[in-house]
Design a protein around this ligand. Sequence first.
Ligand code: KG4
Ligand code: ZN
Length: 342
Amino acid sequence: MTELKPARILAIETSCDETACAVLENGRSLLASSVASQMEVHARFGGVYPEVASRQHILAIIPVIEQALAESHLTLKDVDALAVTRGPGLAGSLVVGMNVAKGLALGTGLPLVGVNHLEGHIYSSWVYNQGESMPAAPQFPLMALLVSGGHTELDLMTDHLTYRRLGATLDDAAGEAFDKVARLLQLGYPGGPAIQKAASEGDPNRFRFPRAWMEATHNFSFSGLKTAVLYQVRELEQKGRGLPVADLAASFQAAIVEVLFTKTIQAARQFGAKEILVAGGVSANQALRTTFKNQNEFPVHIPALSLCTDNAAMIAAAGYYRFALGHTSGLDMDVLPTWPLS
Ligand code: KG4
Ligand code: ZN
């Protein structure tokens, strides 16, 4: 690939319940990353409350940008382009980041780049902290497993910004399944980390929950698994016994991890991928990370924990490749609440 021009990107991310800003150099070296999480606010409602999320973004966005600039010891004059998440996400949340980014672009004259949030998750594996040694960049063709709260899909990436969507969930996303089962087990919000914690003390073989293999496709389905956990909980409750929450969580987690891992490896073999990449909030899951790291058929890229859930460093990384490859956007760009990667 030809050398790309060097550039510093300031990125803004407000697609869901994190208000984030980051400054990144040359698509990889992270100078600063600031994230204001609304998790505590939404925990009261058991999930993200869209209207509350947009109001929180409005309150947090300017301080978060100021913090990222202060942390990087830079001003807007030292930045070459602005990137902002365009979608998918909550429209009322996206619009806050988008309008601030447009205002900054208008005020400074800097070019503006709209970034797909899912593309951002994928690019989190290019990012490393400034001052640390630079890890090898993922190599194409790359099999990307994208597992977040809203999406679960397998994408074949043959070059920068070039994706072929092979399959996706037909019902719940993996993160959504974690969140719903956590609610069922009264483990609170967000569900993924709560299930992981409970599962660490449980027996993953106690309950044999179903695995939907969706044979001969690269699709997924998790709603049957969620229902199986519900029926198991009801049966145990009818017997009047206390719920073995740790064993239920561990058995549920084992079923999800086995399906995600097996289908990704199969797809990587079928499409001749050189490497595998796992991204999105669920890639923070320890059982999933360990399962991928314990095989040695394919090199695997999984982001550092701080980059798995929503952040702006990943938007800056994807924004850099868009900017360097000539994909800038006009000030008339709008948010796209549903924006498939391919
Ligand atoms: O990527 P993300 O921060 O937001 C979206 O783009 O959706 O993903 C959030 C999802 C939530 O469903 C959350 O429960 C899940 O990622 N998650 C986890 C873990 N940490 C976050 N799922 C399983 N294990 C975890 N440790
Ligand atoms: Zn996300």
